[in-house]
Write a protein that binds this ligand. Structure first.
Ligand SMILES: NC(=O)c1ccc[n+]([C@@H]2O[C@H](COP(=O)([O-])OP(=O)(O)OC[C@H]3O[C@@H](n4cnc5c(N)ncnc54)[C@H](O)[C@@H]3O)[C@@H](O)[C@H]2O)c1
Ligand SMILES: N[C@H](CO)Cc1c[nH]c[nH+]1
Ligand SMILES: [Zn+2]
Length: 430
């Protein structure tokens, strides 16, 4: 845990660096895994499961019986919670279904856009440090609402060769039937090339560790689209004198526990709140079960005292956090100043876990500064938008001259002629 008081602006870029493995090293590892999967298909996935997950598996595809029996392995309480979360996530994402609007740009010239769902999509569900069945909801619900025809799901096996029953239950609840036991870069490679068991897809979605993120980036060399770089979790909390240190510490730890390469940042304008939050973070860390990861992650994390909330927001926009918590009472005044963030939590009661599980927003979000240029997953991520236009005879007459002049100026006479030939015909007919 590093503490900085009023750092100079020149120090800010150092303070916004994430603890990442060298990109060249990651690409080298991922390229090797892609080659193996391309050449050896399912056998490579079986070998990688042994190497990386310590799992002996024979079949990559999870059988219907395995999926069916998962329902009996989880509590009724958990099933109800998953269904509650599903309902909110569905409500929020259904509200993103666009309506088609036809626009007459010039009299007789009508343009519009229609959505078409991406036909084949691959969903990655992380399973290394925690079985993230909540991510199944976050990805399959918008895929189904968008109308994707084929949705396949890959997730790593545990060391007994099994997949957590909550992942299987949630997948079935959301209507996914093709589930495969493979994780990491090899799962991304399998969805890129296809194997004997796993179909290839057009777009790959889902968060994961640095290997998964690098693999998704690499998959783009093979004409595969991806949602975004959604890597190790991060949160930045901005707190003033009205913040509650216990709440801030709990939020910081909630993201720190995701992995040793997660990063949490605390910015405060109040020395007392800063000091109390540091103490509270230590105290809550000690009381946390399975706290090794959070303890490691806190070593990469910064607690920083700044002069004002405006200054904190400038820092935050430079950092571009996956999650931003504004633990200030007058948060409304600051919303317009937020430029770069994946998802924002306003006020003392908007804990980040709400967005992780059940408020309705999507938790698959850009990390590592990519909130500067990417959005989190939404219904839009699962659709392509096709533009349409219809020009009436009169419409082309109205716009034709403009097109002809521009085409001629670009030296593209065939373009010009496509208009002229029609207008000539029109004139001759009149
Ligand atoms: N940004 C987001 O939206 C978001 C959402 C949820 C989770 N996350 C993040 O997802 C990550 C999940 O990571 P995870 O590790 O728990 O699960 P994971 O499923 O992403 O990765 C596990 C896989 O990593 C591979 N792997 C592990 N060590 C390797 C090595 N040395 N070389 C090559 N491959 C290796 C293995 O194949 C293993 O199956 C966490 O960092 C979490 O913070 C991010
Ligand atoms: N915080 C993660 C995104 O960074 C999502 C998650 C899933 N389960 C718990 N948390
Ligand atoms: Zn989380």
């Amino acid at each position: 845990m590093k503490v900085e008081r009023y750092p100079e602006r020149e120090q800010w870029s150092e303070l916004t660096k994430r603890p990442v493995i060298k990109r060249e090293r990651l690409t080298e590892i991922v390229a090797g895994i892609f080659d193996e999967v391309k050449n050896n298909g399912d056998q490579a996935l079986i070998d990688f499961a042994k190497k990386f997950d310590s799992a002996e598996i024979n079949n990559i595809k999870i059988s219907e019986e395995e999926v069916e029996s998962a329902e009996n392995l989880i509590s009724e309480e958990l099933k109800t919670a998953i269904q509650d979360a599903k309902s909110n996530i569905t409500k929020f994402h259904a509200s993103q279904i666009p309506t088609v609007e036809k626009i007459e740009t010039t009299k007789g010239v009508v343009c519009w856009r229609e959505n078409r769902a991406i036909e084949k999509v691959g969903i990655y569900i992380p399973g290394g440090t925690a079985p993230l069945f909540s991510t199944v909801l976050m990805l399959v619900i918008p895929a189904q609402l968008a109308g994707c025809k084929e949705i396949i799901l890959c997730t790593p096996p545990d060391k007994n060769g099994n997949v957590n029953p909550a992942i299987l239950y949630t997948a079935k609840l959301c209507g996914v039937t093709q589930i495969f036991k493979t994780g990491g870069a090899q799962a991304i490679a399998a969805m890129t090339f296809g194997t004997e068991s796993i179909p290839n897809v057009y777009k790959i979605f889902g968060p994961g560790n640095q290997y998964v993120v690098a693999a998704k980036e690499y998959a783009q060399n093979y004409n595969i689209a991806i949602d975004m770089p959604a890597g190790p979790s991060e949160v930045l909390v901005i707190a003033n004198e009205k913040a509650v240190p216990e709440f801030c510490a709990a939020d910081l730890l909630s993201q720190a526990e995701h992995g040793s390469d997660s990063q949490v940042i605390f910015l405060s304008t109040d020395e007392k709140i800063l000091n109390e939050t540091i103490l509270e973070t230590q105290k809550q860390l000690e009381a946390l079960p399975r706290n090794e990861m959070a303890a490691e992650s806190l070593k990469n994390s910064h607690f920083i005292l700044l002069n004002s909330i405006d200054e904190a927001l400038k820092f935050s926009n430079l950092y571009a956090p996956e999650h931003l918590i504004l633990a200030v009472n007058d948060f409304k005044n600051y919303i317009p100043k937020i430029q770069n963030a994946g998802s924002v939590f306003l006020g003392n009661y908007s804990c980040e876990s709400a967005g992780d599980y059940a408020s309705g927003t999507n938790h698959t979000l850009p990390t590592n500064g990519f909130a500067k240029n990417y959005s989190g997953v939404s219904l839009d991520s699962f659709v392509k938008k096709i533009t349409f236009q219809n020009l009436s005879e009169q419409g082309l007459k109205n716009l034709g001259k403009t097109i002809e002049i521009m085409a001629e100026a670009e030296g593209l006479f065939a373009h010009k002629n496509a208009v002229s030939i029609r207008l000539k015909e029109q004139n001759e007919r009149i």
